[in-house]
Design a protein around this ligand. Structure first.
Ligand SMILES: [Zn+2]
Length: 65
């Protein structure tokens, strides 16, 4: 099981953020792949809406005090 690594990219994380700010894209790294495209941590679909990251909600699932 050895997938051929793309020669032009050191890792998928080095793909710049594709979130557009005004007339240019953000371009920050590292990024993750979302349905909307590559996004840095500041521009995930949840972040741009002001919502918490879906993956982090599970950590504070049970809050009994
Ligand atoms: Zn960004």
């Amino acid at each position: 099981m050895s997938a051929p690594a793309p020669a032009q990219l050191a890792s998928p994380w080095d793909v710049p953020c594709t979130y557009w700010i005004g007339s240019r894209s953000c371009g920050s790294t590292p990024t993750r792949l979302y349905a909307q495209g590559r996004r840095c941590r500041a521009h995930t679909p949840a972040a741009v809406r002001g919502l918490p990251e879906p993956g982090r909600a599970a950590k504070t699932k049970e809050t009994k005090r």
